[in-house]
Every structure is written in structure tokens, then in C-alpha cells.
Design a protein around this ligand. Structure first.
Ligand code: NDP
Length: 270
């Protein structure tokens, strides 16, 4: 596993398992266990995924110690709006059966995010979280946090894949040394419709999904592909033994077309 050093000095594994849509039972437990067996040391959940209990159970019963796994969760919009970030974090800690979170994110930039950020800064001081960050924050939201907060976000987790690289948000984050995590790196499965990936994949004896994840890694992006299938969980981790050529990196870069598979952070209603 390869790590990326964050602006707070911590190292985050560059590949993680996303568990959105995994059910709060054996499905999520198996996915986390298979991922740890395949070498993943990073799991990405959120309170809105309603599977923190299963993720917590999986980590408790895993052969890998809790301290060796990077655990990310997120504060949901209703909690941010209601000013109950600290309470929501305490509830998440109980569900996850742990006494600390490695990375706590504000899930979306909804009203109240600055007050939520201050609560998260207090949680950092209290040792309930090791790092704090944001998700789906565009430049205007990041500026508020950077100018009015005391702690620089460690991470901004945004939609990122070959059809959507969000260069404005990434440029801002690069300037402020904020790491980027790609959500939906596999385009929610829609990569199968793009023939370029299969063509490049054949050159390396790899799969299209592995090519896309490798492209993320070589762009210094943290990727959290979701799968609940053991074979695909293993496949998505088998990306550290090859390197895409500059020509192939550029060919994938050229696919960018501003296409989202998820909501737009500047226009959403939840
Ligand atoms: P992904 O881009 O990771 O795609 C997941 C889909 O691709 C699933 O249908 C999965 O099916 C399929 N898949 C996975 N691996 C392969 C493979 N090797 N070959 C073929 N198909 C494959 O989508 P997500 O939207 O789930 O994003 C990943 C994670 O990002 C989420 O789980 C979540 O943790 C996070 N996220 C965060 C958001 C935020 O607002 N911060 C928003 C959305 C996601 P199967 O399971 O059957 O393998």
C-alpha cells in the first residue's frame, strides 16, 4: 500500500474501500474483511450510509489492528444545519465501536459549515479525531474555512474521475496543500461505456478499472472505489505493480468533459 503525507504530517493510504450502498450487515462486514485481506488499510463511510455499525463490527473482528486502519466518516447535512456536529460525532464513535476517527469530514457545504468546522477543531484538540477535512467544497466554501478557521482542512473529498477532474477546486487545494480524495473514481461503474480504458488496459495486461485507479494514483489523488464483491475488491487493489506511460496519462486526461455522476456542490437540495 502506498501512502500520501497530509498537511498535518499524517500519512493516509492512497487507496481506500468506499462502502456507500453496502448494507448495514454481512455485506459491509464481508467487504471490509476482504479489503483488509487484500491489503487495504483505509475505509470510507458516512453516517448517511447507515452502515457505520457494520463497519465498526468488521473492524472489531478483523485480524488487522484498529490502529493500522485509516477510518473516515462524515457529518451529515442535517447535523451540520442543526449545529449538532459534536453530538453526531459522539454517536458515530459509538456506532463505529471506536474511540477515535482518523478523518472526519463535513459531508456537503450546507448552512452552518463554519460552526461545524469549529466543533471539529475542538474534537481534534480533544483527540476524538486525528484529522479533519471537508467534502464537496468548492473554492468559495474552502475560502471561508481557510480564512476563518484555525486548522487547514487535511482533505477535500470530491467527485473525481476521467470525465470530471474539477481543476478549479483542485488548483485551490494544491495551493493550500489540501489533499484530494476522489469519490466515484470508477464513475459509479459507468467506465464500461468508454472504449479507451479497455484499449489501454490490454497494453498492461490490466483491467479498465485498474487503469482508472492507477491514473488517480499517478495524479497524487487518494481513491476510494466501492465494491462489495471479493474479486473486484482484490482487483481494485492490484494497481501497485505497473505504471501508466505519460502518453496514456494524457490520453485519459483528454477525456475530461465536466460530466458528473453525482450532485453538483453548487446546486443541490438535500
Ligand atoms: P465507484 O466509482 O467507486 O463505483 C462503484 C461501482 O462500480 C459499483 O457499482 C461497483 O459494483 C462497481 N465496481 C467496483 N469495482 C469494479 C471493477 N473492478 N469492475 C467493474 N465494476 C466495479 O462509486 P461510488 O459512488 O460508490 O464511490 C466510491 C465511494 O466514494 C463511495 O462508496 C463512498 O465511500 C464515497 N462517496 C462519497 C461521496 C461524498 O459526497 N463524499 C459521494 C459518493 C461516494 P460492485 O460493488 O458490484 O463491485
Amino acid at each position: 500500500m502506498q501512502n500520501i503525507k497530509l498537511n498535518n504530517g499524517l500519512e493516509i493510504p492512497q487507496l481506500g474501500l468506499g462502502v456507500w450502498k453496502a448494507d448495514n450487515g454481512q455485506e459491509a462486514i464481508n467487504a471490509v474483511h476482504w479489503a483488509l485481506e487484500a491489503g487495504y488499510r483505509h475505509v470510507d463511510t458516512a453516517s448517511i450510509y447507515k452502515n457505520e455499525e457494520a463497519v465498526g463490527r468488521a473492524l472489531k473482528t478483523a485480524s488487522v489492528p484498529r490502529k493500522d486502519v485509516w477510518l473516515t466518516t462524515k457529518i451529515w447535512n442535517d447535523d451540520v444545519r442543526a449545529g449538532r456536529t459534536t453530538t453526531a460525532l459522539d454517536e458515530a464513535l459509538v456506532r463505529l465501536k471506536t474511540d477515535y476517527i482518523d478523518l472526519l469530514l463535513i459531508h456537503w457545504p450546507v448552512d452552518g459549515y463554519l460552526a461545524a468546522w469549529r466543533e471539529m477543531e475542538r474534537a481534534l484538540t480533544a483527540g476524538k479525531v486525528r484529522a479533519i477535512g471537508v467534502s464537496n467544497f468548492m473554492e468559495e466554501h474552502l475560502t471561508d474555512i481557510v480564512e476563518q478557521g484555525e486548522t487547514m482542512p487535511a482533505i477535500n473529498q470530491i467527485e473525481y474521475h476521467p470525465y470530471l477532474v474539477q481543476s478549479d477546486a483542485i488548483g485551490y487545494c494544491d495551493t493550500h496543500d489540501i489533499g484530494i480524495t476522489a469519490w466515484s473514481p470508477l464513475m459509479q461503474g459507468n467506465f464500461k461505456d468508454e472504449p479507451l480504458f479497455a484499449g489501454i488496459a490490454r497494453t498492461y495486461g490490466k483491467s479498465p478499472a485498474q487503469v482508472i485507479l492507477r491514473w488517480c494514483l499517478q495524479n497524487d489523488i487518494i481513491a476510494i472505489p466501492k465494491s462489495t464483491n471479493q474479486g473486484r475488491i482484490q482487483e481494485n487493489a492490484d494497481i501497485f505493480d505497473f505504471e501508466l506511460s505519460e502518453e496514456h496519462m494524457i490520453a485519459i486526461d483528454e477525456l475530461e468533459r465536466g460530466q458528473r455522476f453525482g450532485p453538483d456542490p453548487l446546486d443541490f437540495d438535500f
